[in-house]
Design a binder for this molecule. Sequence first.
Ligand code: MN
Length: 327
Amino acid sequence: MKTIKRTIAEVARDLEGAANILILSHENPDGDAIGSSLGMAMGLREFGKNVVAANATVVPERISWLVGAGEIVTELPSTRGFDTILLLDCAERERTGFDLSGIPEERFISIDHHPNTAGVGRKILIDTQAAATGELVLEILLEMSANIETAIATALYVAIHTDTGGFNYSNTTRMTHMSASILLDRGVDPAEVHRHLFGNERRERVALLGEVLSTLELELGGRVATCVVTKKMLEKTGASPEDSDDFVSYPRSIRGVEVAVLLKEQGDGKYRVSLRANTDVDLSLVAKKLGGGGHKKAAGATISGSMKEATATLLDALTEAMERAAS
Ligand SMILES: [Mn+2]
């Protein structure tokens, strides 16, 4: 596991010297990608800096209520005017979904918490102990003595909330709760955030959940649970592909299940696979073997073939990983 330690202070000093900053994150953004981008953007603007945030994918509806979400552009602006391109929750050019080739390495700074990532930039901060990139952004803004107003705090709280499953996953640490404590001090309303994230479901999404749960299969003697999202289900329910993003938590909740799998049909004979572990099996290695990436307990990849072939490929890789974990 590659962890590159740059101190928070080093990155903070560097950002203090920057004037025009372009903030990017990984495509298909989650709450951490968007929350840390918005929190950092608003925080840096307080110092009079010119900041633009872009993401190759539109902000998911679930987090589109965050202040500033509507200002995140989906087209890459001309990068010429930016002295700094800040990658958040992402430490490689390719993960942004934008063509950033040809831009000198010194223009980049990357801040991330994903393992097994190379890192690009004049400063690279990859802290795999951080539960979310939002935690790192908070530390940097505190180091810069930024005035963390409620909108910034709420964006960072959503970042941390999302990546820890509401402070429930094993990546949740003392630091996570300390960060949350600071953010609540700055005016975050946790009940309001929860209502936005979970009390705001569209009928289409709940209907899709019904369809997806009917595909539940237990494999490998009940150690692996799989569910499938097909294009047909999306058509039938009127739901969108990202509506199923966290459905993997349902097969995961079954007693005895060690690895939960959600297969999403992409078209062109491709399946997007989301993996979640309840035990020690290292899913980042499984995903890597399948051409994807991620964390030990949460990873993903894209597999080609029919549903049957994709499932077989995946179960082979999981069998091997679970044997390795047991030995
Ligand atoms: Mn993250």
